[in-house]
Design a protein around this ligand. Structure first.
Ligand SMILES: [Zn+2]
Length: 232
């Protein structure tokens, strides 16, 4: 059967996509074998993306997008689970039903400086704005000199909660309260020595001072001498 070229050209897209009737395809194939211009038209058509190829590409892109979305959801779920785990840890470690929770010691060298101001008040600066939860102090006599023992503690509970809010700042060196200037004592003009002690030894120190009527021959080994009035 001889097909005219205009009809072949109309049918070429179907032929190329292999959706022609087998008999039509056979006739087209026969025509193409003997017609160079229609073969050229088929070659040009083959160079263009087919509707099927376009659809396949679109489905592939959709599949990739779906995978990325799933990955984002997984990442977000992990992040939420991690936050929940930290919070649970905070509850287990720190929260005991009170506002402050469990109090943790800070090292003596976290106290950067102790200064007796001209107005007679005694102050301390904490390293890097170290956030404190509580502090206490007690006056005593050590080796015949007027001394004050003071301590600062941070709450594990507060630290954990703050860690959730700003992990980059770590557990201790953040600026939750902003202030790192602690007033240790007002009216401290007669103070000659300042000791820092770990808050975990508070009861021990209280007992020691009470039993010795607030007068010790030497400071206990867990206390660190941070300031002394050299002029006295
Ligand atoms: Zn032709």
């Amino acid at each position: 059967m001889k097909l005219p070229c205009y009809l072949v050209r109309d049918l070429l897209p179907l032929y190329k996509d292999e959706v022609c009737d087998p008999q039509t395809a056979a006739d087209l194939k026969e025509h193409l074998a003997g017609c160079e211009s229609c073969r050229a038209a088929l070659a040009a058509l083959a160079a263009e993306p087919t509707a099927r190829a376009v659809e396949a590409e679109k489905q592939r892109a959709d599949a990739v997008a779906l995978r990325l979305l799933r990955r984002r959801l997984v990442v977000r779920w992990i992040a939420i689970a991690l936050a929940a785990a930290v919070l649970t840890l905070a509850l287990l470690l720190g929260y005991r039903g009170g506002a402050g929770g469990q109090i943790r010691d800070i090292p003596a060298d976290a106290i950067e400086e102790v200064v007796l101001r001209e107005d007679g008040s005694l102050h301390a600066w904490l390293e890097g704005g170290l956030a404190y939860t509580t502090m206490s102090g007690v006056r005593a006599e050590v080796g015949g000199r007027e001394a004050v023992f003071f301590t600062v503690g941070v709450s594990v509970w507060d630290s954990q909660v703050r860690a959730l809010e700003n992990l980059r700042n770590g557990l201790l060196k953040d600026r939750w309260y902003g202030a790192s200037d602690l007033t240790i004592l007002q009216g401290a003009r007669d103070i000659e020595e300042v000791y820092f002690y770990p808050i975990s030894r508070s009861e021990e120190l209280d007992t020691l001072l009470r039993e010795n009527s607030q007068s010790l021959s030497a400071a206990p080994d867990y206390a660190s001498l941070l300031w002394t009035d050299d002029a006295t």
